[in-house]
Design a protein. Structure first.
Length: 318
């Protein structure tokens, strides 16, 4: 802090030392006694020390005010014309910033409102198509329709992510029942694929939000199905840990540290050319808000294992 203070006041101290040198030069020309010169030196040093102490405390005070910009703006006072100019500039910048924030906030809310309405509207023809396809018993069309529905739900959950706290409702739910309900939606995928399902869950109750947790499980299972052309998917638990393992194409080791980044698709995404890089990012964000953790282990061409840990300290729900 002292370094910054002296750097700001270097011109004052430079002038002081020049005057001190001039004082010494004049006293030498006048052949004044050493006692008189020492007296003036003492007075000069006392003045500069007092000035330094007062200026330094003012410097510290101003620095603390600047750290809290809101307090600083309301306490601005001009001591001279230049400071007054700076205050006018700051006022203009603050006013412009508030206007930009207000515009962005309104634009963001309009976008959220539009897409939320759109998602709910698109669900109506999807439901109608489901009934038609079920009547004709066309599994292939049903699978494609289910993919559309999943993508629509992903958009809706993504839009709601910023306000998830208002939507959370923690209760104890059966893990077996929750996973089974998700699997029912994926029956058509399994019936058309060469993938076998190994399911063995020892049922326990977990503390979570059923809607958001089910969405996370569905996203992970969808990825397992998407990237497994043949082989098997295994779903099991070890107490509060839920495992979803597949024998799919796997993930490259250099891509693993980045799979939860927004928009990151990695080698598989570039090969597939359809990946959005949103699914795993979204699941990670939701699990963080639910207080759960997710880990991924994978080997290229050998498969991927995802583990969701639902463990929480014992909590009393009111």
């Amino acid at each position: 802090m002292l370094k910054h203070f002296f750097k700001m006041k270097y011109d004052v101290y430079l002038l002081y030392f020049l005057l001190l040198f001039l004082e010494f030069f004049v006293f030498s020309l006048l052949h004044l006694s050493l006692e008189i010169w020492l007296y003036f030196l003492f007075v000069s040093i006392s003045i500069i020390v007092i000035y330094t102490i007062i200026s330094y405390f003012r410097f510290i005070k101003k620095h603390k005010e600047l750290e809290n910009i809101d307090v600083f703006i309301h306490s601005l006072k001009s001591n001279h014309l230049i400071e007054e100019d700076y205050i006018h500039i700051i006022d203009k910048l603050v006013s412009d910033l508030k206007e930009i924030k207000r515009y962005d906030y309104n634009k963001y809310n309009d976008m959220i409102e539009y897409y939320t309405i759109w998602v709910h509207q698109i669900k109506t023809p999807i439901s109608a198509l489901k009934l038609i396809i079920q009547t004709e018993n066309d599994n292939r069309m049903m699978v494609e329709l289910l993919k559309i529905e999943q993508y629509v739900n992903m958009v809706l959950q993504y839009l709601r992510l910023d306000h998830i706290h208002n939507d959370l409702s923690f209760q104890y739910y059966s893990l077996d029942k929750m996973v089974s309900e998700v699997l029912k939606k994926q029956v058509s995928f399994f019936s058309l694929s060469k993938i076998s399902l190994n399911y063995h869950i020892e049922d326990i109750n977990i503390l979570t939000d059923e809607k958001w947790c089910s969405f996370v499980i569905e996203q992970i299972l969808s990825n397992a199905i998407k990237y497994t052309k043949k082989g098997s998917i295994e779903i099991y638990n070890d107490k509060e840990k839920l495992y979803i393992k597949d024998t799919g194409i796997g993930i490259r080791s250099e891509d693993l540290p980045r799979v939860f980044e927004k928009g990151f698709t990695g080698y598989n995404g570039r090969m597939d050319k359809k990946a959005s890089g949103i699914g795993l990012y979204l699941t990670k964000q939701i699990l963080d808000l639910l207080g759960n953790t997710m880990t991924i282990e994978s080997s290229l061409d050998k498969g991927t294992a995802v583990c969701i840990d639902f463990y929480k300290e014992k909590t009393v729900l009111e």
